[in-house]
Ligand binder design. Structure first.
Ligand SMILES: Cc1ncc(COP(=O)(O)O)c(C=O)c1O
Ligand SMILES: N[C@@H](CCOP(=O)(O)O)C(=O)O
Length: 461
C-alpha cells in the first residue's frame, strides 16, 4: 500500500517510511492512496475475537509491507499487555441505545495509549532493523505527550521532546510528562497554547536542514500510524453491537480530529457507521465549520476539557482531502488561505463532509452538569472530555445504537470532576505516588529558534 500527501506534492511512501517521516515534505499529511474494503462476511468474522486479534486483521493490509505477520502480532500483544482491562476497550451501557466506549484503561489513562503503545513497538522494531536513530518531537494539550513519553521512555534509538502549553494542562497530565527520569525524554513547557506548540512542531518539520540533521520524526496524529491504530476500536465496539448487520453511530470528543477521522477510515473500510458526531467544547471551530462552511480559527479559550482546547485542527486536512476528492492542489490552496486567517469550504465539499459528520458544541456549564447527571443516573464518573461527548450524543439518540467515546480517565482531571460531583477520583494504585515524584520542567519561549536550540543542546548532552 502507498501513502500520499494531502497536498499532492510530496513523494508517495510505503508504511514504514510514512511512519518514520511524520509530516510530508510539502507540509501535508500522509493518507493511504486507497483504503481496503472489508466485506460483510469479513466483518462478521470479527465477532468473538480478542481485541488483539481484531487489531491484527484490521491493520494488517495497511502495514503488511513493513512487517512479517507473526512479528506484527507480537508487537500488538506487547502493546496491549499492560492495559488494565481484559477487553482493552470495554463498552458500558449508559441508557437505551447509548453506550460508552471506555478508552482509558491504558498506562497513561487516555485513548492515546491505544496507538502510542503500538507505535513505540513499531518504531523500536524498525529502527533496530535499520540501525537508525530518530528525534521525536510532539505537541500536546496533555494526553499525547504523556502517552508518548510512556511509550518511548528508555528506548536507545529515540530522543523524545514534547511541547506542552505552560499552565494549560492538568497537574496529573503535567506530572505524567515531567516525572519520568529517563534521559531520552524531555517535557518542554512552552509559553503559549496548544496551537502554538503544534505550529512550532510543524515549523520544525518544514525546517529541512534541522529536520534532516536531527532525524526528525513525529508521533502526533500527523503520523498516519496513530490514526490507524485508533481504527480498531470502532470495529470491536460496532461488532459487539451487531455490525455488520446493524449500523452504529459514534460520538467523538474532538480537538485535533485524529480520533474521529479514524472512524471515517473505519467507515470507508465498510463498517456500517451511520453518523460520526464531532463533539466540541467552547473551542468550537469544527462545529462552526461543519455548520457554516467557514473555517476561521479564533483564540483558544481555556476550558475544563483542556485536551480539546484546540482551534487549528490538524487532521481536518485529511477529511478535507477526502471531501475534495483527493485534489491536493485544492487542499494546498486552502492551507495557504489558513495562514491568512481562514477559508471557506466549497459547497460540494461541505456536502461531502456532512454526509459523514454531524457536530455539536457544549458549554462549560453543560459539561459540569453532564458529569453530575451521568454519575447520579448511571454511576459512571466521566472525565470532562467524555462528558462533552455524552452531552452531544444525548441530543441525537434514536433507533441506531450510539457509542460515545470516553477518551480519558476522570482521575486525570480531578479538579473539574470534584467541582461537578463532590467526588475526587483516585488515580490507580500504580500511580498513587505521582504527586511525590520529582519533576523536570524546561521552560521555552514560543519561538522556533529557541525550541530548536534546546533540542540541539539536549541531544548533544
Ligand atoms: C481526553 C481527550 N479527549 C479528546 C481529545 C480529542 O481527540 P482528537 O485530537 O483526536 O480530536 C483529546 C486530544 O487529542 C484528548 O486528549
Ligand atoms: N489532545 C491532544 C492534542 C494532540 O493531538 P494528536 O492526536 O494530534 O496527538 C493531546 O492530548 O495532546
Amino acid at each position: 500500500m502507498r501513502y500520499v500527501s494531502t497536498r499532492g506534492q510530496a513523494p508517495s511512501l510505503g508504511f514504514e517510511d510514512t511512519m518514520l517521516t511524520g509530516l510530508a515534505r510539502d507540509g501535508g499529511l500522509y493518507v493511504p492512496e486507497t483504503v481496503p474494503v472489508l466485506s460483510e462476511g469479513d466483518i462478521a468474522t470479527l465477532a468473538g475475537l480478542s481485541y488483539e486479534e481484531v487489531a491484527q486483521r484490521i491493520m494488517w493490509p495497511f502495514v503488511s509491507e513493513a512487517f512479517a505477520e507473526d512479528e506484527f502480532a507480537e508487537m500488538i500483544a506487547r502493546a496491549y499487555a499492560g492495559f488494565g482491562h481484559a477487553a482493552r476497550a470495554p463498552l458500558v451501557q449508559l441508557g437505551p441505545n447509548h453506550h460508552l466506549l471506555e478508552l482509558f484503561h491504558g498506562p497513561t489513562l487516555a485513548f492515546k495509549d491505544f496507538a502510542m503503545q503500538l507505535i513505540g513497538q513499531m518504531f523500536e522494531h524498525v529502527l533496530t532493523r535499520r540501525g537508525d536513530r530518530v528525534t521525536i518531537v510532539g505537541a500536546t494539550s496533555g494526553d499525547t505527550g504523556s502517552a508518548a513519553i510512556e511509550a518511548f521512555r528508555g528506548l536507545d534509538a529515540v530522543d523524545v521532546f514534547i511541547l506542552y502549553p505552560h499552565g494549560r494542562v492538568s497537574e496529573v497530565q503535567r506530572r505524567q510528562m515531567t516525572t519520568p527520569s529517563e534521559a531520552n525524554v524531555h517535557a518542554l513547557a512552552l509559553t503559549g497554547h496548544f496551537d502554538d506548540c503544534q505550529a512550532r512542531v510543524k515549523d520544525m518539520f518544514n525546517d529541512f536542514p534541522f529536520r534532516d540533521r536531527v532525524g526528525l520524526a513525529g508521533v502526533n496524529s500527523i503520523n498516519f500510524a496513530r490514526v490507524l491504530a485508533q481504527v480498531v476500536y470502532y470495529f470491536t465496539s460496532a461488532v459487539s453491537l451487531g455490525a455488520p448487520h446493524r449500523p452504529v453511530s459514534f460520538t467523538v470528543p474532538t480537538g485535533n480530529f485524529g480520533d474521529v477521522f479514524a472512524g471515517h477510515i473505519a467507515k470507508r473500510m465498510g463498517l456500517p457507521i451511520e453518523k460520526l458526531v464531532v463533539a466540541t467544547n467552547q473551542n468550537d471551530i469544527l462545529h462552526r465549520c461543519l455548520t457554516t462552511g467557514e473555517y476561521r480559527p479564533g483564540t483558544v479559550t481555556p476550558s475544563i476539557s483542556p485536551s480539546m482546547d484546540i482551534q487549528v485542527s490538524s487532521n481536518f486536512e485529511r477529511a478535507l482531502h477526502l471531501a475534495y476528492g483527493g485534489d491536493g492542489a485544492a487542499i494546498a490552496q486552502l492551507m495557504d488561505e489558513l495562514k491568512g486567517g481562514g477559508f471557506t469550504v466549497s459547497q460540494g465539499a461541505l456536502q461531502a463532509l456532512r454526509e459523514v459528520y454531524v457536530s455539536g458544541r457544549v458549554s462549560e456549564e453543560e459539561t459540569s452538569e453532564t458529569i453530575q447527571t451521568a454519575l447520579a443516573q448511571t454511576g459512571e464518573l466521566l472525565c470532562p472530555h467524555s462528558a462533552v461527548g455524552v452531552k452531544v450524543a444525548e441530543a441525537l439518540l434514536g433507533a441506531t445504537p450510539m457509542v460515545t467515546l470516553a477518551t480519558a480517565h476522570p482521575a486525570k482531571f480531578p479538579d473539574a470532576v470534584e467541582a461537578a460531583t463532590g467526588v475526587r477520583p483516585a488515580l490507580p494504585p500504580r500511580m498513587a505516588d505521582l504527586f511525590e515524584r520529582d519533576e523536570r520542567i524546561t521552560r521555552v519561549e514560543n519561538d522556533l529558534a529557541a525550541v530548536e536550540a534546546v533540542i540541539d543542546e539536549r541531544r548533544a548532552a
